[in-house]
Ligand binder design. Structure first.
Ligand code: FAD
Length: 63
């Protein structure tokens, strides 16, 4: 019988998005709630220092 696991993540900034990415890579199906109208964070540090090595920012991000 299939085990059903519900994972709810509250907050879609760096921590929440990282957990979501990891769960998706494990074939999980997390549900992410974000109170703000945008996901993630504004970059304050240079782009190469604040990105996943396997999921880089798009070239349009110029920080
Ligand atoms: C002024 C300032 C400058 C900074 N500069 C840098 C920097 O240069 N480089 C760097 O690496 N870090 C910097 N940081 C730190 C960085 O912003 C944090 O470490 C990072 O944002 C933490 O991410 P987080 O996902 O843990 O939490 P948060 O960024 O706090 O994200 C929490 C998320 O949860 C959401 N949320 C909260 N309550 C609810 C709810 N009830 N339901 C749904 N969603 C909810 C919020 O809207 C938010 O999107 C800075 C922080 C500050 C304040």
């Amino acid at each position: 019988m299939e085990k059903k696991r519900v994972v709810i993540i509250v907050g879609a900034c760096v921590s929440g998005l990282t957990v979501c990415k990891d769960l998706l890579e494990l074939d999980g199906r997390p549900t992410l709630f974000e109170a703000d109208t945008v996901l993630g964070t504004e970059l304050q540090t240079p782009r190469p220092m604040y990105q996943y090595s396997d999921f880089p920012w798009p070239e349009s991000v110029t920080v």
